[in-house]
Design a protein around this ligand. Structure first.
Ligand code: TPP
Ligand code: SF4
Length: 296
């Protein structure tokens, strides 16, 4: 763990233009503290294109490349190879994309970079919709959530991006949230040391899109973990390690009822979702590795 002094450094500066309580801004502020100054960001079109600032002002005290939506992983790959050719291999190239830019439109570029095992950190900040353009559903939007394009609630389940990334046999993939900062810090420390394609899936509540208060981001992130909606785990060279096991999962209702996007969910659908979570957890627990985590 970093010394307190090192954590005092700020690379996402005050005065940025995220909405108050933006879960993505809260999480990334922590992430960049650990990544440190030898970091270049490649940002796919998203809320973070705005949060990063419009020249001549800027919110990151780091170099940032803005990339088209679909090509962020390819831009990151080229940038890293260029830095390596210049002998600047110590600079971390970090691709930052929303769920739209990861699960949907950027997936082919991400898959190609993963297959080539490019030396990149890819961070998906998942606010579960295309928020920058007004909350259209993505394949990360959960079942039942209301969005601009699913006014009756989404009819399809969320895509399991971690399983997709694990199937590429990358060296490291992990989930994290700002509600568990020590877990998040430890994972960023790890990805800094590992070579090849590393993938982080950060759940980032969006007060504007989820219909929660700007002071509820951390509570909702914590409930996502405690209710079993968003488990904290790592997949290291194909082996799954659970980082936090709630003593007893809280009912999913505790998570859903605080968010306006789930306000019209009928009780029967909540029961179905609860059963789905129990099945998902059983499956997850059955996959836990009995071996040692090589990166712990
Ligand atoms: C090819 C292309 N299509 C559409 C857009 C418009 N656009 C910009 S940001 C954005 C939403 C991005 O959603 P996501 O990746 O989930 O990030 P978020 O906005 O939620 O942070 C869209 C649709 C674009 N820039 N390029
Ligand atoms: S719309 Fe949501 S994700 Fe985008 S800046 Fe606002 S709170 Fe953050």
């Amino acid at each position: 763990m970093k010394e307190i002094n090192a954590l005092a450094a700020e690379y996402l500066l005050p005065g940025h233009t995220a909405c108050p309580g933006c879960g993505a801004a809260v999480a990334i502020r922590h992430v960049v503290k650990i990544l440190g100054k030898n970091t270049v960001f490649v940002i796919a079109a998203s809320c973070f294109s705005i949060i990063a600032g419009q020249l001549p002002t800027r919110a990151f005290a780091l170099n940032v490349f803005h990339s088209p939506f679909a090509s962020a992983a390819a831009v990151g790959s080229g940038l890293k190879r260029g830095l390596q050719a210049l002998g600047q291999d110590d600079i971390q190239v970090v691709v930052l994309a929303g769920d739209g830019g990861t699960f949907d439109i950027g997936l082919q570029g991400l898959s190609a970079a993963a297959e080539r095992n490019e030396d990149l950190i890819f961070i998906c900040y998942d606010n579960e919709a295309y928020m920058n353009t007004g909350m259209q559903r993505s394949s990360a939007t959960p079942l039942g959530a209301v969005s601009q394009t699913t006014p009756q609630g989404k009819k399809n389940a969320k895509k399991d991006i971690m399983q997709i990334m694990a199937a590429h046999k990358i060296s490291y993939a992990a989930t994290a949230t700002a509600a568990f900062p020590h877990d998040l810090y430890a994972k960023i420390e790890k990805v800094k040391k590992i070579k090849g394609l590393r993938f982080l899936h950060l759940l980032c509540p969006c007060p504007a899109g989820w219909g929660i208060g700007s002071n509820e981001t951390i509570t909702i992130s914590r409930l996502a973990v405690e209710c079993g909606v968003f488990p904290l785990y790592e997949i290291v060279q194909g082996e799954l390690f659970l980082n936090y096991k709630p003593e007893k999962l809280l009912p999913v209702k505790a998570y859903l009822q605080r968010q306006r996007r789930f306000a019209s969910l009928p009780a029967e659908q909540i029961n179905v979702m609860q059963a789905d979570i129990q099945n998902y957890w059983r499956e997850l627990l059955s996959k836990i590795s009995t071996g040692n985590n090589p990166f712990s």
